[in-house]
Design a protein around this ligand. Structure first.
Ligand code: S3P
Length: 172
């Protein structure tokens, strides 16, 4: 594999974390989750940040972190938050960071996967499926613009996703 970071993007519940961990074992490259890096830095959960400091603060922290990561020369697999590609500056930073793989999912898949999850502040509402549809529609163009590779992952197993990415990254 050429020494380039791999960046996994996609909506909440698209499988970025699981795919990142799997690829990390396979490629022997450490995986980092930007939400986790923010939580460590802030000393509290993403939900707490949204509640206590607001979404704008979270987004600013996310952009600052991306700037730092893009300036670093370590090789990593990065799994980034579902809202990361929305800001134009972030899309540019993601491109700078490495090969961006967008794990695309349908709203119904996300809804089924995240039913009962209380760690995504944006989905704690009366109509989570409606909210998922709305956010996805708003973000569609941003996700696609930021991506070097798009995979429709609804019906794919983790192995199939891994193999598709490896084909692109190392040509086998
Ligand atoms: C968000 C997605 C979350 C997290 C935050 C906001 C979003 O990350 O960054 O709750 O705006 O879609 P995951 O995609 O890892 O759940």
């Amino acid at each position: 594999m050429k020494q380039e970071n791999l960046v996994l993007t996609g909506f909440m519940g698209s499988g970025k974390t699981s795919v990142g961990v799997k690829l990390s074992y396979r490629l022997r490259i450490p995986v980092e989750d930007t939400d986790k890096l923010i939580e460590r830095r802030e000393g509290c959960s993403v939900s707490d940040i949204f509640r206590d400091k607001g979404e704008d603060y979270f987004r600013q922290t996310e952009t600052e972190l991306l700037r730092e990561l893009a300036a670093s020369d370590t090789v990593r697999i990065y799994s980034v938050g579902g809202g990361t590609p929305v800001r134009k500056e972030n899309r540019e930073l993601l491109k700078k960071l490495g090969l961006v793989v967008y794990l695309r999912v349908r709203p119904e898949t996300v809804y089924e996967r995240l039913k009962g999850d209380d760690t995504r502040p944006l989905l704690q509402c009366a109509d989570p499926l409606g909210k998922i549809r709305e956010l996805m529609q708003e973000r569609k163009a941003a996700y696609e613009e930021a991506a070097d590779m798009i995979l429709d992952v609804d019906a794919m197993t983790l192995e199939q996703i891994q193999d598709s990415i490896l084909m692109r990254v190392i040509g086998r």
